[in-house]
Write a protein that binds this ligand. Structure first.
Ligand SMILES: C[S@@+](CC[C@H](N)C(=O)[O-])C[C@H]1O[C@@H](n2cnc3c(N)ncnc32)[C@H](O)[C@@H]1O
Length: 419
């Protein structure tokens, strides 16, 4: 008979870790490797409260369990991620059952865990989602059940396709720099790593977990950057000698993209966090980006504009702090802990920042407003606020539907100052 660590009618899934351990001890002696993975994954899920990113939490968990080898760690992590990929759907389901269901729905290749614990599912692993739902008796799976904020989505986002994209881990993307395509592709071929190079011959999709720093130590050859984030750069269009400001620069992903398009822009980068600007300095040095000015600035501070003097910019990149909801395919745990009220909080922050920044665009200059959010309150509504409070007029841009291609979903709009 198949051992099923049903944590609801035996050891309790929602009991404390200590009690859980006591309760499962009698089972442990007879547990197979696969069964113990389910128990460990359930333990992680019960202990995880969303206060730090899941990958950090898993790191800490494995540090406390040094007997677990790399294969164990991989399997347990995968189970936990599959669990969170189901979003808000069937949250009341018994944990070990949901771990298996997540694995069945999210995996496309047969695997040892299902072969041992759910062989009938493993045989149908490449079936369609509808067939899998039927086979597992899981009932229907609607966009709203998985992602309960569909009424908040930006115009043009297909709620169904977006929500179901959670079942698949997004790709890992590089942006190739300095025309190193041929060299990079040769290294990947030699290492037998599958890749997909986009038509632009710059965006490269790689399998998740590719240890690119080990394969290609020279950081001037590429940047790790999501495909949609790369696409925002199509709106920059800088010219030689122009003055640009990346006002929420973080570690400088957009600034490097800008400098790669036109190395001769005068660049100011700022962020509220000093520590992230230190990361930026290191990243710029590795990427060979020179000639820029950096400053720590809280753009919500009403006194901030007074600290800038009379400077005006040809271009401002406002890559605003946001819910990050367009990137939750990479961190599906974020969806499980998100509260709708937070959307409004982000909009308020974005408007305060925009209000302090929009007046620094030169007549004829441009502002690029970017988020990695899927919510209209953070996207269209802030874009409308920018137009209503300045002479900036929308030229182009909108939602970048990364969910269609295994990338993040973003919003990027280019405004020009008219008068
Ligand atoms: C989406 S991230 C920027 C990502 C970056 N542009 C890139 O491509 O790597 C938003 C940044 O806004 C910064 N931020 C948040 N609140 C801010 C504030 N009040 N003033 C200035 N920057 C702020 C955050 O520290 C964060 O680094």
């Amino acid at each position: 008979m198949r051992f099923n660590p049903r944590l609801s009618d035996g050891p309790q899934a929602r009991c404390s870790t200590g009690k859980l351990k006591d309760a499962i001890m009698p089972y442990l002696r007879t547990m197979t490797r696969w069964e113990s993975y389910l128990v460990s994954a359930a333990k992680v899920i019960n202990a995880y409260k969303g206060d730090l990113p899941l990958h950090h939490f898993l790191k800490k968990f494995f540090k406390q369990h040094p007997q677990m080898g790399s294969r164990d760690r991989r399997w347990i992590s995968q189970l936990v991620y599959h669990y969170f990929r189901l979003g808000w759907w069937k949250r009341d389901m018994e944990v070990s059952e949901r771990l298996l269901l997540g694995t069945f729905l999210c995996e496309q290749k047969s695997n040892d865990l299902l072969a041992q614990l759910q062989p009938a599912w493993n045989e149908q692993i490449d079936a369609s989602l509808a067939e899998k739902l039927q086979l597992s008796n899981a009932g229907e799976l609607t966009a709203e059940q998985l992602f309960p904020f569909t009424d908040e989505l930006s115009e043009g986002i297909d709620a169904n396709a977006f929500a179901l994209s959670y079942l698949n881990q997004p790709h890992f993307f590089l942006r190739i720099r300095n025309n190193r395509q041929d060299k990079i592709l040769a290294i990947l071929k030699q290492a037998n790593i599958a890749y997909e190079l986009s038509e632009n011959r710059t965006t490269l999709a790689l399998p998740n977990g590719t240890k690119i720093e080990e394969l290609i130590p020279d950081k001037s050859w590429y940047e790790v950057q999501d495909a949609s984030s790369q696409q925002t750069g199509l709106l920059f269009k800088p010219s030689r000698g122009q003055r640009w400001w990346d006002c929420c620069a973080a570690s400088g992903g957009k600034s490097i993209l800008l400098k790669d398009q036109e190395p001769n822009v005068q660049l100011l980068v700022s962020d509220v966090r000093r520590s992230i600007l230190e990361n930026l300095q290191q990243r710029f040095a590795a990427a060979g980006v020179k000639n820029y000015e950096a400053r720590v600035a809280d753009l919500t501070n009403p006194a901030f504009p007074g600290t800038m003097g009379n400077v005006k910019f040809d271009g401002i990149i406002l890559d605003a702090p946001c819910s990050g909801s367009g990137t939750w395919g990479r961190t599906p745990e974020s969806l499980a802990f998100f509260k709708k009220e937070e959307i409004q909080r982000y909009q308020d922050l974005q408007k305060r920042i925009a209000d302090n920044v929009i007046h620094f665009v030169k007549p004829g200059g441009v502002l690029i407003y970017i988020t990695c959010s899927v919510f209209k309150k953070e996207n269209e509504e802030v874009a409308a606020f920018i137009e209503a409070n300045s002479n900036l007029r929308r030229e182009e841009g909108g939602v970048i539907p990364g969910y269609e291609s295994g990338a993040d979903t973003m919003y990027a709009v280019r405004f020009r100052r008219v008068g």
